[in-house]
Design a protein around this ligand. Structure first.
Ligand code: FAD
Length: 504
């Protein structure tokens, strides 16, 4: 569960409880409340230009750049383009709520050599970040795009800070050797600060957004993309553009597309919002773009199965362990997601309990929300928790004692965990039942460092750009937690600037 906030037309902050299940239903009510008004259900500035080739009669709208998707990538692209002088732009969003999966991003945003790391005495380097990203993806990621992302990550943290999005609380996720996962000051989920901050910047600049406006197809004139065919409130029309930026996110909510690329993932729950249906892949491919590594769909090891709620990786980074139904640990919880998921599936029943104490609870504000949703089991001590989750109390106590010895006695962990080892304190103990769920598409549209969409020969398709989860090849076959938000902000900002320069 997540909380969604948006500035209303009055500029007043409003708060909403939002779950993936209520994403669609809830927005109806939000629309009725007029909450979406500030970003305009059709609130775009009409242009005098004629629509691009193939335009419907009567459409008539044309922009320098059309950005498809209001997640972190799309909003960053719009802000960066505008600030570089490209003001005749519009953002399209098929849902009635902005923000996409970025709303739900929880653990944080990875970045290296940041001012916040330096202030906190954390030694890191862009090269180490790049190396650990490539290692995490078993050297199947694109080294140049990875290096570009890491080299520009500190700049992205500063850029967000300048927009009022301060990410100065730094934690660990699996696959990193130093703290580089940046979160809001209070340790809350990053998306809940990021999306309202970016939306406020979009609103301040007066960038129009068309809600409930679904891009259906890219319009081409010869080789060049010249617009987007859209379904706007049930009416099909064409919006012309000198450049189209696809920022449509992933495919986790499209079971058919998931199983097309990964038949073995049939029946898995998804952490994704309902609009994550992979439209960008289809549109780009039809326009001649190459899709790479589409079979690389990440499953995440800590998903509560009844509600599809992602239990943030920062919970493990803060000290939580995973135990099976027998009360035993079975793997290094801070290993990469692919390995932890695989180990979990080998346990009896294919699930685990994510177990933590009051310190972890207090350091992760999301946990109180999980508890409110009824996802958290609690005991006043280890034995009480064991009873609540029906595992052998002696086995759970032995597991906790052995884990505590890693930090207190410097014992080597039998599973090789070296990161985020924080001894359990006496007192309240908590557990959340988790199993793997579909989480992230690591493949997608092949791009270069200018975010140009490339065809199978590696040539840019004129007028077509892509940023965010819709792109592929950066993370390789395993994404490190916190790297997607880095990716969408770095490349979202980059594509806005590139397009502004190209059209200057
Ligand atoms: C529960 C959860 C937790 C996560 N936590 C983290 C984390 O802590 N750190 C991290 O790095 N990553 C995290 N991720 C991954 C990360 O949040 C996403 O990869 C990232 O936010 C994607 O951003 P985006 O802008 O590319 O796409 P999105 O944010 O998904 O935005 C895409 C937008 O495009 C819209 N759209 C799609 N198709 C169309 C169309 N045809 N026409 C118009 N609009 C369209 C969608 O409705 C959506 O609003 C998490 C993901 C989930 C689901």
């Amino acid at each position: 569960m997540s909380e969604y906030r948006e500035n209303g037309a009055s500029g007043q902050k409003r708060s909403y409880r939002l779950t993936r299940r209520s994403f669609v239903a809830g927005v109806g009510a939000m629309g009725a409340l007029g909450v979406l008004g500030s970003f305009g259900l059709t609130g775009c500035a009409p242009s005098g230009d004629k629509a691009a080739d193939g335009a419907d009669e009567g459409a008539g709208e044309s922009y320098d750049a059309v950005i498809v998707g209001t997640g972190g990538a799309g909003l960053s692209a719009a802000i960066a383009a505008y600030d570089k002088g490209l003001t005749n732009i519009v953002i399209l969003e098929k849902m009635a709520v902005n923000g996409g999966n970025t709303n739900f991003s929880s653990s944080g945003m990875n970045a290296s050599e940041t001012k916040f790391q330096k202030e906190q005495g954390i030694e890191d380097s862009n090269d180490l970040f790049a190396q650990e990203t490539l290692d995490g993806g078993h050297n199947t990621g694109d080294p140049e795009l990875v290096q570009f992302m890491c080299d520009n990550s500190a700049g992205a943290i500063d850029w967000l800070d300048g927009l009022g999005v301060k990410l100065d609380n730094i934690t660990l996720t699996g696959g990193m050797s130093v703290k580089r996962c940046h979160r809001p000051t209070d340790g809350s989920a990053v998306g809940l600060t990021l999306i309202p901050g970016l939306l406020a910047a979009v609103e301040e600049r007066g960038i129009p957004t068309k809600m409930s406006c679904e891009a259906k197809e890219l319009v081409k004139d010869g080789d060049a993309v010249t617009g987007v065919k859209v379904d706007l409130d049930g009416k099909e029309t064409v919006i012309g553009a000198k450049a189209v930026i696809l920022a449509t996110g992933g495919l986790g909510a499209n079971a058919e597309m998931v199983t097309k690329y990964r038949p073995d993932l049939e029946g898995y729950v998804t952490t994704n919002q309902p609009g994550a249906t992979g439209d960008g892949y289809t549109m780009a491919e039809q326009a001649g773009a190459e899709l790479v590594q589409m079979e690389q769909i990440q499953i995440h090891p800590t998903v509560e199965q009844e509600t599809s709620t992602l239990i943030a990786e920062g919970v493990r980074g803060g000290g939580a362990i995973l135990v099976n139904s027998e009360g035993n640990r079975f793997f290094d919880e801070m290993s990469t997601r692919d390995k932890v998921s695989a180990a979990e599936l080998e346990q009896p029943g294919g699930f685990a309990w994510c177990v933590f104490d009051q310190q972890v609870y207090d350091a992760n504000t999301a946990i109180a929300k999980y508890e409110k949703s009824g996802l958290v089991q609690k005991g006043g001590n280890v034995a009480e928790l064991a009873e609540a989750i029906e595992v052998d109390p002696a086995a759970l106590q032995a597991t906790i004692d052995a884990y505590n010895a890693i930090t207190t006695d410097g014992a080597a962990d039998e599973f090789g965990r070296t990161e985020g080892c924080i001894a359990f304190a006496d007192g309240n103990m908590y557990a959340i039942k988790v199993a793997p769920g579909i989480h992230h598409e690591m493949g997608g549209v092949k791009i270069n460092e200018k975010n140009e969409a490339l065809d199978a020969s590696g040539n840019p398709i004129p007028g077509l750009y892509a940023a965010g989860e819709v792109t592929g090849g950066i993370h390789g076959d395993n994404r490190i937690g916190g790297n997607a938000v880095c990716d969408i902000i770095v490349f979202g900002r980059n594509v806005g600037e590139v397009v502004a320069d190209a059209l200057a």
